[in-house]
Design a binder for this molecule. Sequence first.
Ligand code: TGC
Length: 393
Amino acid sequence: MELGPTELSHDYLDLDDLFTPDELAVRDRVRTFVDERIRPNIAGWYATATFPRELVKEMADLGLLGMHLSGYGGGGRSAVEYGLAMMELEAGDSGIRTFVSVQGSLAMSAIAKFGSEEQKQQWLPRMATGDLIGCFGLTEPSAGSDPASMATRAVRDGDGWVLTGTKRWIGLASIADVAIIWAGTDEGIRGFVVPTDTDGFTATPIEPKLSMRASIQCDITLDAVRLPTDAVLPGVRGLKGPFACLNEARYGIIWGAMGAARDSYETALRYALERRQFGTPIASFQLTQQKLVDMVLEIQKGVLVALQTGRLKDAGKLRPEQISFGKLNNVREAIAICRSARTILGGNGITLEHSPLRHADNLESVRTYEGTDEVHTLIMGRAITGIAAFGGA
Ligand code: TGC
């Protein structure tokens, strides 16, 4: 059979055969949403640095908020279904996927994993419906890769707590209704559920940004924020609390990055087949085919990595150092693919008319948050050698 130029272009290894009909149905629903609601508008949102808040309810109605949490309005979906949804969302834009990740994998997940029954009932159902937005405050101006050095403190005061400190790069904080704030206490690091209208809580968007422009990242100031005793998450002490939430977000990134890569590749392929130079489509040039083939190789491998981590997660066997494998590899390869796709688009690739450079710019944030390339390299290095090489004394 003679193959046309696009017959194998979208699923070269028939990876769709590895998914169940239910999984593919979730993927296709989110893909349709991205095609209808994100693709036509994302260039404008990106240009004007606008987070499309109107999408929050629509994404909630699609079951995307707290999608893989069970109970309290959570969707009860599998890790693989969640991953496929993140891949489709990030094919639209990393900033939109980041919102779903901050809401579901970080803020809701912290309450679901470590919250009291009252906290779960108070916050989770309305976060799942998108009526309330959450954020997750771990990183600080002087504590990024090393959250153990955080300076934010919570001290007991009478029948409550007082929080003082600063947080940085906190997604969605300026529009959030509730913040999960991690702070040092006499009992180690603890998490606090902080309504953002509490006196002393201020969130300020960080602008201007060259990445994630359709999303919001903020500085948070906690100026003697007074909270009741029951604001603390009772279920965890120590950094393993926020790290357990970061595992969820890092897992979603493994899939999401491949969405951005796929969208860039497909954009470049379409362009290469249409664009003529020297009297022929540029897809007929060997150097262009080399680039496209390299993209296909890494996207197919990256989806296999995502799927294996997802199957391990659904089996309850996924280890943090395996998540590091996926995040490090898939984001690194995705950036290379997006940049290579941009070169196929030539000068037209530097406009917002085409997605690859926007994706590449977004992925600079993705490679940095939830653990930098360097942190994940060293997590893997420790897993392989048994020696921690995080540096410092
Ligand atoms: P260490 O201090 O020794 O360990 C502390 C405790 O945590 C446990 N642990 C984990 N538990 C679950 N999952 C993981 N992935 C875990 N990693 C560590 C560890 O077992 C220990 O438990 P225990 O019971 O003994 O107290 O930490 P370490 O030496 O293992 O880790 C060092 C290092 C560098 C790997 C870690 O600090 C790290 O991952 N750093 C990167 C932090 C990071 O990703 N920051 C970015 C956060 S993104 C953000 O804040 C913005 S939110 C997103 C948004 O708003 O857009």
